[in-house]
Ligand binder design. Structure first.
Ligand code: SF4
Ligand code: SF4
Length: 350
């Protein structure tokens, strides 16, 4: 598999890395097998976050005996020095290590967050302290806002950036990626599958792998077969076939740019509305899995729940893609209600 130097960190990484979100959703045994399979295949960059519940702990258990052969990246969403320093201690303990290769400030997607981080008592102070102590080897930042991230990169503090990048989220190509290349900042890209929205994962992966200015891509992987499939794609040719281009075109028409990437930053909703599920129920859940036992009950439940939206706007303020959630919710709910009615009618007829 192709290797890259991760910008000014100098780390030599395989172009396919491991994204640690999905291993939260399987048993510990399965999670460890998945991480271990990555290691056996030569994948050497493992990304997680303090916010991903047990992901750090599972990666720590899986890689403890081979720690010096791999690079571990984690993140903190804390904005004050005191909180971040405490959280770093937890991450080190969970990961069973005394250093983090790339420590990242997590989801810095607003000017306010960035001002707080670099202001007096802000998180960056703790990052520098931990760096001086050798507990952090390299400093990175993650964001869903490529324009803001480009401005932050210009301040010349970070050695790596992480940003969502895929064929329906191409904004980073405009300024951020060329800027990082010019400044020798390592480029880690996430969300190659658009949060599971795209019709073919191999096409989506090839699209990003084929980009010269991406150092590592870190798809989330939950099963050993997903690891093996991604590994095969990453090890092969990354040229897009006519069929791939056709699939990309179809996804562009079907999804447009206003589609939910399942990042869940809009949560929690004070009314307890499962926003991500409502927005994706038809285009993702039903399209991929069809009507299964329990689907009708689940739809009926979320339709009722979505009707309690008080239009407070909290979710929209947190959505990094600026989706008009308050407009989309009633549209998607009405569509789900129509589908449910049609389904119930067809069952009654048969
Ligand atoms: S606008 Fe509606 S969906 Fe969004 S957070 Fe408020 S109540 Fe929840
Ligand atoms: S609505 Fe926005 S914040 Fe919420 S999951 Fe979808 S993309 Fe993420």
């Amino acid at each position: 598999m192709k290797e890259a130097i991760l910008g000014r960190t100098g780390l030599k990484v395989k172009v396919l890395g491991f994204g640690g979100i999905p291993i939260q959703r399987v048993s510990e045994e399965e999670a460890i097998s998945v991480v271990r399979r990555c290691y056996e295949l030569g994948i050497n960059f493992y990304d997680t976050a303090r916010g991903y519940t047990n992901s750090e702990d599972r990666i720590g258990k899986a890689l403890e005996d081979v720690r010096d052969e791999v690079y571990i990246a984690t993140k903190s969403g804390r904005r004050t020095a005191e909180e971040l320093y405490a959280e770093l201690g937890t991450s080190l303990e969970n990961l069973r290590t005394d250093y983090i290769d790339v420590y990242q400030l997590h989801n810095v997607s607003s000017v306010e967050a960035w001002e707080q981080i670099k202001g007096p008592g802000g998180a960056i102070e703790a990052v520098y302290k931990a760096y001086d102590e050798g507990r952090i080897r390299h400093i990175g930042i993650t964001s869903h806002n490529p324009e803001l991230l480009a401005e932050i990169v210009k301040e010349d503090i970070f050695e790596t950036i992480m940003i969502p990048y895929n064929y329906l989220t191409p904004k980073p190509e405009e300024e951020l990626l060329p800027l990082c290349q010019e400044m020798n900042v390592g480029i880690i890209t996430m969300k190659p599958f658009g949060g599971g929205a795209f019709s073919n994962v191999n096409t989506a992966l090839k699209f990003v792998l084929g980009k010269e200015n991406v150092d590592i891509i870190i798809p989330g992987m939950m099963t050993v077969s997903e690891v093996e499939e991604n590994f095969q794609v990453a090890s092969g040719s990354h040229g897009l076939t006519e069929e791939d281009l056709g699939l990309i075109k179809e996804d562009k028409v079907e999804l447009g740019s206003e589609f939910c990437r399942a990042c869940n930053y809009c949560q929690p909703c004070p009314q307890g509305i499962p926003i991500t599920f409502v927005l994706r129920a038809e285009s993702q859940f039903l399209k991929r899995m069809g009507w299964r036992p329990g689907t009708e009950e689940r739809f009926a439940e979320v339709i009722e729940k979505a009707s309690t939206c008080v239009q407070c706007g909290e979710c929209e303020g947190r959505c990094p893609y600026h989706l008009p959630i308050m407009e989309l919710l009633p549209e998607k709910t009405a569509s789900l209600a129509r589908l449910l009615k049609a389904r119930q009618a067809s069952i009654t007829v048969t």
